[in-house]
Structure formats: structure tokens, C-alpha cells
Design a protein around this ligand. Structure first.
Ligand SMILES: CC(C)(COP(=O)(O)OP(=O)(O)OC[C@H]1O[C@@H](n2cnc3c(N)ncnc32)[C@H](O)[C@@H]1OP(=O)(O)O)[C@@H](O)C(=O)NCCC(=O)NCCS
Length: 158
């Protein structure tokens, strides 16, 4: 992965919890429009059982994060993936997504699903690069004028 940042899994009892969540909430506000942002509910989302967060910290600031959950044994989902603008195109997004896929794999789920706005070309390309397929287009998913692709990655039955 890019120099200057290791992937860390945020632990519920971590003394850094509020610091990290604060950093992520700031990025959420910056990167995502209101209706797509988890800024107001991030802490709550994260405290749910069956959810996890991986992040990369560079020089004391959160540079990138991915959030995922596994509500059932059938399917996990990637609920958020974002890289701060000045850290993009350095491999952080791909490294985080790969690690999140591995975390989900160890939960023995059969599939990972996610939603993404088709206009988010970098994200759609990244998901496709790591093997996600487009399932279908859901109209008016994020807002009346914003659609979503539902994408999925199936693990081979072993
Ligand atoms: C999508 C996002 C997470 C990618 O992070 P990143 O660290 O810049 O991506 P990486 O450097 O790891 O690139 C990995 C792959 O992503 C794709 N990609 C990344 N940026 C791209 C761009 N600007 N244009 C086209 N494809 C792009 C490519 O397939 C790339 O592989 P390649 O280098 O072999 O071409 C980042 O652009 C982002 O935070 N976007 C805004 C938030 C968002 O859309 N999140 C997803 C919806 S929840």
C-alpha cells in the first residue's frame, strides 16, 4: 500500500474511539451530501454489533476509512468507503476494501453487497476491479434524482 499509513481496526474499547470517530464525521460531512452522509449517526452505527470499521491514519489525521457489517450469515455489506481528497489515488481505497473483504470472509458470509451511486466512477471502478458485479439499478435510492447500483461479490462455496 501507499507509504505512510497502516490499516487499523477500530476497537470498541479503544481510548482513541472518540478522536477517530470525530475525524471520520468531519470527513463524512466534507465528502458526502447530507442524505448520503452518516455524519449524524456514525457513532450509533458503529456501536451496533456485527459492524466494523477499518481506517488509515497519517500524521495523526484520518486519511481513509471503510465501514462494513454482517447482519446475517448470508450477506455482509460495505456501508461506507472514503478517502480524503489529498490522499486519493495512492492505493488506500483499494487496500481498505481488500481488508474489509477479508474481514467479511472470515465471518463466513456467502456474499458482500453494497450500494453506490453510478455517477461515482472511481468507486464503481474500484468495486469492479475487486470483483464486484452490478446486480441492478435502483432508481431514486439516495434522493429523487439519484440512483444506486446494487453490487455484490459472491464467495465461492468451499
Ligand atoms: C472511491 C475512492 C474510495 C477510491 O479511493 P482511492 O484511494 O483514491 O483509490 P485507489 O488509489 O486505491 O485506486 C484503486 C482503484 O480505484 C479506481 N479509481 C480510483 N480513483 C479513480 C479515478 N479518479 N478514476 C477512475 N478510477 C479510479 C481504479 O480502478 C483504481 O485502480 P487502478 O489504480 O489500477 O486504476 C475515493 O475516490 C473516494 O473516497 N471517493 C469519494 C467517496 C466515494 O465515492 N465513496 C464510495 C461510495 S460509499
Amino acid at each position: 500500500m501507499a507509504a505512510g499509513g497502516a490499516i487499523v481496526e477500530l476497537q470498541r474499547n479503544s481510548p482513541k474511539w472518540s478522536n477517530i470517530v470525530e475525524g471520520i464525521v468531519m470527513l463524512e460531512r466534507k465528502i458526502f451530501p447530507k442524505h448520503e452522509s452518516l455524519a449524524r449517526s456514525f457513532d450509533e452505527e458503529l456501536r451496533k454489533r456485527n459492524s466494523g470499521l477499518l481506517y488509515v491514519e497519517v500524521n495523526g489525521e484520518v486519511a481513509a476509512y471503510v465501514m462494513f457489517s454482517w447482519p446475517s450469515s448470508l450477506s455482509a455489506s460495505i456501508t461506507k468507503l472514503a478517502v480524503k481528497e489529498n490522499f486519493r489515488r495512492q492505493g488506500y481505497g483499494e487496500a481498505l476494501l481488500l481488508e474489509a473483504i477479508e474481514k467479511c470472509r472470515t465471518r463466513n458470509v456467502q456474499r458482500i453487497a453494497l450500494h453506490v451511486d453510478p455517477l461515482r466512477t472511481p468507486a464503481v471502478n474500484l468495486y469492479k476491479k475487486l470483483g464486484f458485479k452490478v446486480d441492478n439499478l435502483i432508481e431514486a435510492y439516495y434522493a429523487s434524482d439519484r440512483n444506486a447500483y446494487r453490487m455484490y461479490l459472491d464467495f465461492d462455496a468451499e
